[in-house]
Design a protein around this ligand. Structure first.
Ligand code: UN1
Length: 503
């Protein structure tokens, strides 16, 4: 099987010419085999700034297009994604190493957000508000914002872009996208697919979407550019600590979607068959490389000995292998650095008394591909690496006896993205969802931490960054709100009863 050739064919079918794939400085490898599949040219800082200027020009035209008409462009984007779902899903598998159903699932998530955004394009509502003054009317108007910068991570290389872009476009904005340097090919594919939608739409301004291929320096141009009023950045907490203050310094808005250290609690009344399946997908799916991956599991002492041996068995038997050639459930890690991070965390866990099942590297005949068996680590307590996010398939399991104590442990980490509880006891589930319960942006009952639908707002608290993307009213972050007070009377009453009468 020739991965490089297949990559070229897939990209060709989606509209990316082969000439763009070679001769550049940015080497792209497939984690499936470790082989080089492209070498793209990085954009210079000056050209990145020019791209932002072009996107700003496009914004000034696009903002005047009625929102439902803007929705039509996103509807066409959804159609093009449907038409190219198989190819783009396969390319996600090649570039990220996702198993086929997850590669396709990622594209489905893009289609779903397009559908959502089309409906939203007729629902960008503001309030009307009772005023204290006679003959006056007060209302809110939501206006387009400007150029929306999107910085995306390797693990959801296209879906996260689409959550931002689909909303940004219907909200009247243009988009400048800096994809992860580990996954620029899927970004080029999206650029080409979007260009098809634009061609069918007819009169969209040039520059509505700009893709900046390059490394951190290119991302910095986007973060620091005065014509970018909002940057939505997905990645590590370390990245967010850099990006957040830079945006704050110039009073730009940030949507930060950073690390997660997501936990599940299995209570005495839990349906253990269901919990087992949810835990397996949450912890081992996507080779542990979702920001919503289940990383910590608290199991009540009364069910620990029923559940954990079954989990161990699942870890021992899960299939690990090439997502392109086998039906394995666990594909490769993204690169060597991810593998080293996993090894380091497992060593640290061992030093803290952790008992490890799995975790070894799986040879697959490619020296530069990093396949591992997912690791289940039974820990005596929550300490050391359990408190950190390691972007790899490691699940730390701990025993608990007291519900209040486990809620405290649940929340005693830096990140606050996703969480779940398995219980049939209403008081436990409601307490978990209450203000004293999970402190995360996502709190679930009897389903796992990962695999959220686009209809809800996606994001988390604390070191996860506080941003919300995708559904619900997340669109409001992509627009600016004006409060309008209109006087249709002949008098000029001042608010709060103030008098200021000039002759
Ligand atoms: C991410 O890992 O950055 O909820 C996003 C989920 C997916 C998105 C994950 N819908 O797992």
């Amino acid at each position: 099987m020739n991965v490089r050739q297949e990559t070229q064919e897939l990209l060709g079918r989606m509209g990316v010419p082969a000439g763009r794939l070679s001769g550049g400085d940015l080497v792209v490898r497939s984690p499936v085999t470790g082989e080089k599949i492209a070498a793209l040219k990085s954009i210079s800082a000056a050209d990145a700034a020019n791209a932002i200027e072009a996107a700003d020009k496009a914004f000034r035209v696009w903002r005047n297009v009625p929102a439902p008409k803007r929705g039509e462009l996103v509807r066409l984007l959804g159609e093009e994604l449907r038409a190219h779902k198989a190819d783009l899903g396969r390319l996600v598998s090649i570039e990220v190493g996702k198993i086929p159903s997850e590669g396709l699932g990622e594209v489905q998530e893009m289609i779903d957000i397009c559908d959502f955004a089309v409906g939203l394009s007729r629902q960008l509502y503001g309030l009307t508000i009772a005023t204290e003054r006679p003959g006056h009317r007060m209302m809110e108007t939501w206006h387009p914002l400007g150029v929306v910068g999107v910085i995306s991570a390797f693990n959801f290389p296209v879906a996260v872009w689409s959550w931002n872009a689909a909303l940004a476009f219907v909200c009247g904005n243009s988009v400048v996208w800096k994809p992860s340097e580990k996954t620029p090919l899927t970004a080029l594919a999206c650029e080409a697919i979007f260009a098809r939608a634009v061609a069918r739409f007819g009169d969209a301004p040039e520059g509505l979407l700009k893709v900046l291929i390059g490394d951190r320096a290119v991302g910095e141009v986007l973060v620091d550019h005065p014509k970018v009023p909002l940057v939505s950045a997905t990645g590590s907490t370390r990245m967010g600590r850099d990006v957040g203050p830079r945006l704050a310094k110039r009073f730009a808005r940030a949507i930060l979607e950073l690390g997660g250290n997501n936990a599940g609690i299995v209570c005495p009344s839990a349906d253990l068959d269901m919990a087992l399946r949810a835990i397996a997908f949450g912890a081992m799916g996507t080779a542990g490389q979702r920001c919503t991956t289940l990383r910590r599991l608290f199991v009540h002492e009364s069910v620990y000995d029923q559940l954990v041996p079954r989990l161990r068995k699942a870890y021992e038997s899960v299939s690990v292998g090439s997502p392109l050639e086998t039906s394995a459930l666990v594909g490769p890690l993204i690169d060597k650095a991810a593998y080293s991070g996993m090894t380091r965390a497992l060593e640290a866990a061992k030093a803290e008394g952790g008992k490890i099942t799995g975790g070894a590297r799986v040879e697959n005949g490619h020296a530069e591909a990093y396949y591992v068996r997912p690791a289940l680590v039974e820990m005596p307590k929550q300490a050391g690496p359990v408190l950190e996010e390691t972007f790899a398939p490691i699940l730390y399991v701990m025993k608990y006896s007291d519900f209040d104590a486990v809620l405290a442990d649940h929340n005693a980490v830096g990140a606050g993205l996703s969480s779940s509880i398995f219980t049939r006891d209403l008081m436990e589930s409601e307490r978990f969802l209450s203000v004293e319960g999970s402190d995360c942006g996502i709190a679930n009952v009897n389903i796992g931490t990962s695999g959220a639908e686009i209809g809800g707002a996606f994001g988390g608290e604390k070191e996860t960054g506080g941003g919300r993307e995708s559904g619900s009213d997340a669109w409001k972050a992509y627009m600016r709100r004006a409060t309008n007070t209109v006087n249709y009377s002949k008098a000029l009453p001042l608010a709060q009863g103030v008098s200021f009468d000039i002759d």
